[in-house]
Ligand binder design. Structure first.
Ligand SMILES: [Zn+2]
Length: 273
């Protein structure tokens, strides 16, 4: 019996709706047509809204990957929908088949942007590496081709140097000539404003979460970063060796996300001047 009732009532539903619309809803006030008219301008306003003037940009950058710890980045970043930048060392991919897989994950992850951190990482002998600027450039171009990197954006190994538009900054002299040559080739050379240091063995961070949060807030407020309103933070893949839930990096992220003015962005969106 119930079956027949449902079979009968379904074809009648549009008719019932029309009757209800005509008799029980006040025309011009609550009809479907009216609702659409009033709400459309509000919706388009939401979509076209300009970002508030007090927005500040935070760039999480991870150097030296892919390494142990890198395998966790992919799933964490996808789950958090957090935009990050990784500066990759080609030799790490070439030498180790397991990290080759992490590299593939990076490529498929829309929140992870990949940039150049040289092919050899200077074999960690920086003075020697930078004494030959032509060799540095060749090493970086080799990495660009090997990893098929899309953007001409590089971070020099062991050096905090900047070349953005007409502005430059060097931490030491050695490496300056190589940075100039890369800028002439159209590269943006990216340093960092703040490093979250870590213990090389355990991956545990040196500074506390609250110390990092305070430093980020104060630097942005004071405008003492390379570009005011933008802060580039250097992290290392080893920080992902810990379980994400309860990790210091997640705690910092949760703290920073409480400020609606903070925007997490990838380095290719760093202002050109
Ligand atoms: Zn490095």
């Amino acid at each position: 019996m119930r079956k027949y009732f449902i079979a009968l009532i379904i074809p009648l539903l549009p008719l019932l709706y029309i009757i209800a619309d005509a008799y029980y809803i006040h025309p011009g006030e609550f009809s479907a047509g009216h609702i659409i008219q009033t709400h459309l301008p509000a919706l388009s306003y939401t979509f076209k809204k300009e970002p508030p003037a007090n927005e500040q940009y935070i760039y999480f950058t991870f150097d030296d990957g892919p390494l142990n710890g890198s395998e966790n980045i992919d799933s964490v970043i996808l789950a958090e929908k957090l935009k990050v930048s990784v500066f990759l060392v080609g030799e790490h991919v070439q030498k180790n088949r397991s990290v080759e897989n992490y590299f593939k994950y990076y490529e498929e992850n829309p929140f992870i942007d990949e940039y150049n951190h040289s092919y050899t990482h200077a074999k960690n002998r920086y003075e020697k590496f930078y004494s030959n600027p032509g060799g540095v450039v060749a090493d970086i171009l080799k990495n660009q081709a090997f990893l098929k990197l899309q953007y001409k954006i590089v971070r020099l190994p062991g050096r905090n140097m900047w070349r953005i538009g007409n502005r430059k900054r060097d931490d030491v002299k050695s490496g300056s000539a190589a940075a100039d040559s890369l800028a002439q080739l159209g590269y943006k050379v990216i340093g960092w404003d703040l490093e979250w240091q870590h213990n090389a063995k355990t991956g545990s961070p040196v500074q506390t979460v609250s110390a990092m949060k305070t430093e980020i807030e104060e630097r942005l407020k004071a405008g003492t970063t390379f570009a005011p309103g933008h802060i580039v933070i250097l992290l290392h893949d080893q920080m992902f060796q810990k379980k994400w839930a309860g990790s210091e990096l997640k705690q910092l992220l949760d703290e920073l996300r409480k400020n609606p003015g903070y925007v997490f962005e990838q380095i290719r969106f760093y202002p050109a001047q």
